[in-house]
Design a binder for this molecule. Structure first.
Ligand code: BQF
Length: 283
């Protein structure tokens, strides 16, 4: 029987803290604003963007949505970002990924001012994270760390295994665990003996993108299991990368899907936007 770490509850606390700080900023005449760009009609992206706008409204941020058609050119998108970079009312800019295939994602990420890059995807912010000298943390890994802390778990000296090596989750996740003195192993699709490596982990982070990929025989008894996946199962139900029914009895702590890491991603985006507003106003 594991303790279920509720991202629903922890994220509500984070948003409440951001809301309180936002009120203080507004008394100083600072009104934090986030611009969210979405290109095309991907239904999952639509849900994520709506979640972000809803969170902005809750914490008291201004939010602007730029919903662009699928056939938007790269030049058009770059022109919008350029305007937002120069708009003092906008403190954070995020471009919802993935983008249509005819747009070069790297070029778009590179064009966002690092000071407004609240996803922390710009190479300059990625570099800062590598050397441990950052103001923005990537939202999902930061959310996972917040969940670990909320449960009173100490990473120092622990065997941490991250499954997945994406630039958005796996790589930065590994770096944050390393900063807290975890002994970190990154696994991926070419990893040999995946089951054996995972089943030695004290802290296991699943960021694979495959429904119910992590089974009980991949998990050590008493491990802490953090599930980054947002998938649909065979019945169309939301599920994680971890087979929750199998793994929960074996773990000491586990995050559910929905209501685990997902809401934390959104809450950390609010935290980053608040930080961006402070930095841009020299606070
Ligand atoms: C929940 C995302 C893959 C690719 C791009 C709450 C979200 C999801 C789940 C959410 C995600 C996943 C987001 C739950 C934002 C997380 O209750 O479990 C919130 O909105 N997310 C994204 O913006 O881009 C993605 C996953």
């Amino acid at each position: 029987m594991a303790v279920i770490i509720s991202g629903k509850e922890v994220s509500a606390k984070v948003r409440a803290d951001v809301k309180a700080e936002c009120e203080l900023l507004k008394e100083k005449g600072i009104d934090p604003g986030l611009a969210v760009i979405i290109v095309g009609n991907d239904p999952a992206s639509r849900v994520y963007v709506n979640n972000k706008k809803k969170a902005c409204a809750e914490v008291g941020f201004l939010s602007e949505e730029y919903a662009l058609p699928e056939d938007t050119t790269q030049e058009e998108l770059l022109a919008i970002i350029e305007k937002l970079n120069n708009n003092p009312q906008i403190n954070g800019i995020l471009c919802q990924l993935p983008l249509p295939k005819h747009i070069d994602e790297k070029a778009i990420i590179n064009s966002i001012s690092p000071l407004k890059d609240v996803d922390a995807f710009h190479p300059s912010n990625v570099g800062k994270i590598m050397i441990g000298d950052y103001h923005f943390l990537p939202c999902t890994p930061a959310g996972v760390m917040e969940l670990i802390h909320s449960a009173g778990i100490d990473v120092c000296g622990k065997k941490c295994v991250v499954i997945g090596r994406s630039n958005i989750v796996g790589k930065p996740m590994s770096m944050l665990l390393l900063h807290e003195n975890g002994t970190v192993t990154i696994c991926h699709s070419k990893t040999e003996n995946l089951k054996e490596i995972c089943s030695n982990a004290d802290i296991l982070v699943a960021a694979v993108g495959k429904p119910k990929f992590v089974k009980a025989d991949m998990v050590k008894a008493g491990a802490v299991v953090l599930d980054v996946g947002v998938n649909r199962d065979e019945n169309g139900k939301l599920c994680g990368d971890v087979d929750f029914a199998e793994v929960e009895p074996k773990a000491s702590y586990i995050t559910p899907v929905p209501g685990g890491v997902g809401p934390m991603t959104i809450a950390m985006l609010m935290k980053n936007t608040l930080m961006a507003a402070k930095i841009q106003n020299n606070l």
